[in-house]
Design a protein around this ligand. Sequence first.
Ligand SMILES: NC(=O)c1ccc[n+]([C@@H]2O[C@H](COP(=O)([O-])OP(=O)(O)OC[C@H]3O[C@@H](n4cnc5c(N)ncnc54)[C@H](O)[C@@H]3O)[C@@H](O)[C@H]2O)c1
Length: 348
Amino acid sequence: MASPQSKIRVAVNGYGVIGKRVADAIALQDDMEVAGVADVETDWRMQAALKRGFKLFAAGADRLNAMRDAGLDVAGSLEDLLAKTDVVVDCTPKKIAAKNVVTYRDRGLKFIVQGGEKHEVTGHSFVAEASYAGAIGRPATRVVSCNTTSIVRTLTALKSVGLLRRARGTLLRRATDPWESHAGGIMNTLVPEAEIPSHQGPDAKTVDPDLDVVTMAVKVPETLAHLHYWVVDLTRKASKDEVLAALRASSRIALIRMKDGLTALNTVKELMADSGRPRDNMYEVALWADMLAVEGDEAFYAYMVDNQAIVIPETIDAIRALTSRETDGAVSIKKTNATLGIGAPFSR
Ligand SMILES: NC(=O)c1ccc[n+]([C@@H]2O[C@H](COP(=O)([O-])OP(=O)(O)OC[C@H]3O[C@@H](n4cnc5c(N)ncnc54)[C@H](O)[C@@H]3O)[C@@H](O)[C@H]2O)c1
């Protein structure tokens, strides 16, 4: 276990879309370090990890030889990595982490799983602005999915000023991630999710059971980000300015404007690239302020979610909460925001 003075040693198991971003973000913190990254692959992605200076470990005895045969400089097995780790962030594909946690528990290691896993895997679901306090000192938590993170962030902002009664949202979900869009995804169609509510609404309630939220979702043929449309019943009549002020109070919601030329997902992504964000990451929920409308006690708005990036700051905060390194969620959020440059590309 890390002493109060030493850096928290973090293992990242699964160096994919989320894992590589988590590793980079950990490396930017002054109170934690990447003990190593583990994976099963042998290709260019692992070379990239080594080039970034991370120690690479093989998850699975059979993978150690395969990775060494592929010419990778592998430091050892996952077990070797876990032996010098305080916290594991499991970023393996859906359902694999649920099996890995047996190993982490046997070793008495604290661990974080991602949104592909069910709430029951850890018994706690994490969004920093809503459930940091409940994660302090726990053995494990689950950083919820990209969509769920955005839902909890926005509804928590409205709830915290007493404006939220209930919320109904339609989610346009990106079909696959850019790096693997040659291998899957959909083209020239839209695919409705078969059930209403879609799983994200109920999932948000694993973070905050008091939320009255229903979601519907459709998969769309693009890879950049998700787009959400929301109708929110407020507790009373309110002005547009009041609703915007509530959303602006969250440091992880960025208010953007159509009139600035941010008229589509690709233009917002381009702003991230031009702002020098690594991998064009957008950690914030980007919500169109000039599109937002309020009629009486109903608010209507739309926002964009960079699915590859939004959970990264949450994961950093979850590491601090589990290890009790920081017991004030607001302090951790501020620190994480500063290291990742959150808010900087946007006018507030
Ligand atoms: N991609 C997203 O937009 C996104 C957003 C939020 C949350 N998540 C969640 O994050 C988790 C990871 O998703 P991802 O998109 O990064 O997946 P990914 O497929 O991009 O990366 C997973 C990595 O784990 C490796 N891996 C596979 N089996 C392994 C094993 N047994 N041991 C160690 N490594 C193994 C793979 O080789 C790959 O490098 C999932 O729970 C997912 O639901 C994904």
